[in-house]
Design a protein around this ligand. Structure first.
Ligand code: ZN
Length: 263
């Protein structure tokens, strides 16, 4: 869900291959057409859902995940995660790492809390065809998708020394036939079951309420790249609410998850 919050940022910075459009980001917008040989209607982009598997009945267990799309670093959230010893899975782009060395250093200083996973090199959706999602031009073909995923992983290895094992699409959307290709590259598909902030677009109150109402076993996604938006304050408030509920927080690399589903 992260695309709708970042297109202005990418555009302003002018990263050529990110290829962002100028569509308003107020609702889910998957536009365009699919040329023959690239994608079919059956291959319409999907937003996979995953949940934690085998959650003990007597435990409130939730996985927090954060996307670092292009943008800045939301220290409001990160400092609470560190202070409260709350583990989380962080999906980073190369674009974000390049711009936020201090934020990345803070995350890497706490390897016991944070798993760094792959959000792509340039925040390009792994979608076939000629279309945009939330105003972001999609990769278009499989070689471009492989480059986005591989180069994102390489950037993480270079920056952290660790190999990522999860990949989450820019915007959260994938062409269904591409998902097995990404899995064959060695990555689990980083879906989610609850978008807390809808691309960092919601008010603090709404974000906090959505997080507080999470179900046991949810995989929550929020954003760590929008420090000027009120949604980040809502994430902090939501974290406090989950703590009061006695939540056990887990990282995706430490637990079993369900297979991605598209409905
Ligand atoms: Zn993103």
């Amino acid at each position: 869900m992260c695309g709708r919050c970042v297109w202005r940022e990418v555009s302003r910075r002018g990263f050529g291959r990110a290829m962002v459009g100028a569509a308003a980001c107020v609702s889910i917008a998957v536009a365009g057409h699919a040329p023959a040989g690239h994608a079919t209607e059956r291959d319409a982009p999907v937003e996979p859902r995953i949940r934690l598997a085998d959650v003990p009945a007597d435990q409130r267990m939730i996985a927090l995940t954060f996307d670092c799309c292009p943008g800045a670093f939301d220290a409001r959230i990160a400092t609470v995660l560190v202070a409260e010893r709350i583990p989380a899975t962080i999906f980073v782009t190369w674009l974000w790492m390049r711009r936020n060395p201090e934020g990345l250093a803070l995350l890497l200083a706490h390897p016991d809390l944070f798993a760094i996973e792959n959000h792509g090199e340039l925040h390009v959706p792994p979608v076939l065809g000629d279309r945009t999602i939330f105003g972001i031009r999609v990769a278009g073909d499989l070689p471009a998708i492989r480059r986005e995923v591989d180069d994102g992983a390489r950037a993480i290895r270079t920056a952290t020394g660790a190999t990522p094992h999860w990949y989450r699409a820019a915007t959260g959307f994938y062409t269904p036939s591409v998902i097995p290709e990404i899995e064959a590259m060695g990555f689990a598909v980083g879906g989610y079951s609850l978008s807390a902030d809808l691309g960092a677009s919601l008010s603090a109150a709404r974000v906090a309420a959505r997080m507080a109402s999470a179900r046991d076993g949810d995989v929550i996604v929020a954003h760590l790249n929008q420090p000027l938006r009120p949604s980040g304050l809502g994430v902090v408030e939501g974290l406090r609410a989950l703590q009061r509920q006695g939540t056990t927080f887990v990282r995706l690399d430490k637990v079993a998850t369900t297979q991605p589903s598209y409905t």
